[in-house]
Design a protein around this ligand. Structure first.
Ligand SMILES: [Fe+2]
Length: 389
């Protein structure tokens, strides 16, 4: 663990509203940001009428351009389209009401709309040369924690590489954590997104960059998520449970931005991108395997996790997977043709390099085998990445 008590630098939104009905304060937050706003929502926000209800709250003189994210994890093509929309609407600010994909897409578009950089150049690491449009995030899942981070995860449609674009100025200016926005969240999404958030909390805690400062945030995130996720999954959740989930997700996002992540997020990106597996689902099935791998290096910190769960931590996560009926999506899948790509992308990722145990090629192969994937490490690797069916 890094013993520095106070990370430097760190960022937070200027305003966080948390509680039932707080979405109605959206236009209070944007009051000084300009008269033209863009409201980006997912398809569920449109179907449920949420986007229309928010738009109806807009004060006189404020023009709102509604945009629907067509779904899936966001690509550079979708980013280009949204940047063009923001420019043609001459948007002064952007609000995202949706899950992690909606927030990441809208955050990146708000960040790059005033820039002359191409999205591909930004994806490849070019320095971002301008301030972003003011950005507000209101999550409808709990979640990726995108509302508490300065990065946006995107997919390159040409080579299926998936990675973050980040800039310190991309922190949302305002975040609204309203449990009413979680009411329509299907149980499978509660499970996948809740376990993504829990993975983020635990990986931040297990990171070699963790500090006592980030540990406090990560443990509180894990406590809140573990306390509330099953109740909400089973449809018995109150607004207090849904608020707890949203707060846990926010704190997990903050923790990861302070301490980074680990092997789960390192391998989740290539596997999710290659095999079309939802991010939360692949994180969920990898989490107990990674905890087991990190058990020794974590030492007393592993015991702290056991105290938090009231059980062996790895066993507790396995029980959650069973409760949510989550199984490995790679069971029986032959990943051999893509093996070199998976290993290279995993080991090269910043997340994997933050893992408390130094991760080797053999660790990655073992993890794939434990997921039930067919792994022939002697097969001839393909030199380019193909798209599995
Ligand atoms: Fe994640």
């Amino acid at each position: 663990m890094n013993s520095a008590p106070w990370p430097d630098p760190w960022f937070l939104p200027a305003l966080v509203r948390s509680g039932p009905g707080r979405i109605e304060t959206l236009f209070d937050a944007t009051r000084t940001w300009g008269k033209r706003g863009c409201l980006v929502g997912g398809q569920s926000a449109i179907r449920s009428g949420l986007a229309a209800r928010i738009q109806a709250l807009s004060p006189p003189g404020i023009r709102i351009e509604p945009v629907v994210h067509t779904g899936g994890e966001p690509t550079l093509t979708q980013l280009d389209e949204l940047r063009a929309t923001l420019r043609s609407a001459r948007a002064d600010w952007v609000a995202a009401v949706g899950g992690g994909s909606v927030m990441d897409l809208a955050k990146a578009a708000a960040g790059l709309a005033p820039s002359s950089l191409t999205s591909a150049d930004a994806f490849d690491g070019a320095a971002i040369d301008v301030d972003p449009l003011p950005f507000l995030a209101a999550p409808t899942t709990a979640g990726t924690g995108s509302e508490a981070t300065v990065n946006a995860v995107l997919i390159h449609p040409g080579n299926r590489r998936k990675k973050s674009i980040r800039d310190p100025r991309w922190m949302p200016r305002c975040v609204i954590l309203d449990p009413h926005l979680l009411r329509g969240c299907p149980p499978a999404v509660v499970a996948d997104s809740g376990l993504d958030a829990l993975t983020q909390a635990i990986e931040a805690y297990a990171s070699r960059h963790a500090t006592p400062f980030s540990d406090g945030i990560a443990l509180e995130a894990a406590r809140l998520l573990n306390q509330h996720v099953s109740t909400v999954f089973h449809g018995r959740g109150t607004d207090a449970d849904r608020t707890g989930l949203l707060q846990g997700s926010f704190l997990a996002g903050w923790a990861l931005s302070l301490a980074r992540l680990g092997i789960v997020h390192g391998i989740a990106h290539p596997l999710g991108s290659l095999y079309g597996i939802p991010h939360g689902r692949i994180c969920a099935v990898c989490l107990p395997l990674a905890l087991d791998l990190n058990r020794g290096p974590l030492g007393k910190k592993y015991d702290s996790l056991c105290n938090l769960f009231g059980d062996d931590a790895t066993t507790a996560i396995r029980k959650l997977l069973k409760t949510f009926d989550i199984h490995s999506p790679l069971d029986g899948i032959d990943v051999s043709p893509q093996l070199n790509f998976i290993v290279q992308e995993t080991l090269a990722s910043g997340s994997c390099q933050a893992n408390c145990k130094t991760v080797t090629r053999e660790d990655v192969l073992n993890l794939l085998r434990q997921l039930g994937a067919l792994v022939d490490s002697n097969s001839t690797p393909r030199t380019s990445v193909s798209h599995p069916p």
